[in-house]
Design a protein around this ligand. Sequence first.
Ligand SMILES: Cc1cc2nc3c(=O)[nH]c(=O)nc-3n(C[C@H](O)[C@H](O)[C@H](O)COP(=O)(O)OP(=O)(O)OC[C@H]3O[C@@H](n4cnc5c(N)ncnc54)[C@H](O)[C@@H]3O)c2cc1C
Length: 477
Amino acid sequence: MESIWRKTCTIEERETLNREIQTEVAVIGAGMAGLLTAYQLKKASVHAVVLEAKRIGNGQTKNTTAKITSQHGLFCDAFIRKKGQKTAGQYVQANQKAIEEYEQIIQENNIECDFERTSSYVYSKNEKKLRNEAKAAAKLGIAASYVRHIEIPVPCAGAVRFEGQAQFHPLKFMKAIAEQLEIYENTPVRKVEGNLIQTAQGIVKADKIVFATHYPFVNFPGLYFTRMHQERSYVLALEDAGVINGMYIGDGEESYSFRRYGKYLLFGGQGHRTGENTGGKRYEMLRQKAKQFFPDAKEVAHWSAQDCITSDQVPFVGKYAKTRPGWFVATGFQKWGMTSSMVASKILCDMICGVENPYAKTFSSRRFSTEEVPQILKDGAKAVNGLSKRFFQVPEKAREELETGHGGIVKTKTGKAGVYKMEGERDCKVQSACCHLGCQVAWNPDEKTWECPCHGSRFDCHGNLLDGPAQEGIQYE
Ligand SMILES: Cc1cc2nc3c(=O)[nH]c(=O)nc-3n(C[C@H](O)[C@H](O)[C@H](O)COP(=O)(O)OP(=O)(O)OC[C@H]3O[C@@H](n4cnc5c(N)ncnc54)[C@H](O)[C@@H]3O)c2cc1C
């Protein structure tokens, strides 16, 4: 189902690139990160073109909840302890500045995108944790405080409030920005070699290349697939849920997200690692919670999205790899891609223009720390598990044992396949291995999609590509 943003904003279609062009910078991906980067470059008088596989904003950004906030969970206290006050301060200040930058762009360009200032809150049952977090955030220069009572009906010991945060309609914002940019839609990049980009029907020669593709799809060099995984979560848009002024998210388990958009309340949760929802019922469980919190509310839309998670909870922004000096990347936004995209766009623009950026080191894509090791090992173990399932796991079910309306990996004459058994129609059959790095895909009954548990690529029930890092489908030949 379409998000509330898609239902309320149409962006005019752009031409497909079908010739050879030359540019100073090619930005791959027209999500929030790609468009903002191209926008900053334009402001710095650098010629940039944007190459988009599908349509503008049609990646994860169309399904965000679009809170623009520097409050990325209860993280300040833990960050100071892990990374030190200087780095923690840089992270928070860069994100706080991103809010001001949005407001400035919106004002300068008279963009009607329902931008409004409000406070953000993280609620928790642990009062001590909340009080420590409020103190830590204040130490980092944020107008933060502990509040005992909040306006949403969740059981908690209060919340940490950040003042001066914001929310908006992401696609209305992107539509206005896009009008100023040279963008080619339905132009998937197939190959990048040096400064040469091959798209489905054209060629781009670019002095510099920015990968703003949500998950970077060139595996070597870069090795981003060893440093990130993806997590998916679900959103309901509710009518008649009462008025909520702030933006809220919970800490730890039972974490739900709340924000208002006009007469709607956006209520999110039920997150999981992509590829690990074989049991389904995520929407159902979210609906049950919605009923409990807002008994009179009616659902008007539902959707889901996913984001890339790094081991140390900081995005990767900067050079793609040591051996590719002209390539840049912005990824790993941890479900905080509105401010992170803005931060990334400023850093990348400065790097490309040879200007020093005070936040570049904190977000550097080439940073490595021992802190990453446990998560890298965990993600590595998941990848090995996904691969071994493909080679060694014999499917438990024959096709006949699948319930109608369900999907699963089943035995075939030559091995195995993913099968979605549809009511009164022929089965939908797909390859059981993801075409990215070969892990066995798993069925997500809530979305009726195939998902890769290793790196988070997604495919529809026919095997058509929905989300990367895979760049092709898994159709059954
Ligand atoms: C449920 C949920 C709620 C969220 N809510 C918030 C929130 O309230 N606030 C917040 O800050 N963040 C939030 N986020 C995170 C935020 O939505 C994302 O981080 C952000 O939208 C990612 O933007 P992007 O530009 O990196 O990626 P995308 O929007 O996915 O854009 C990437 C683009 O690259 C294109 N592409 C990929 N491969 C190619 C190729 N080979 N050639 C050409 N183009 C290509 C894709 O088609 C796509 O359009 C949320 C995330 C989730 C999952």
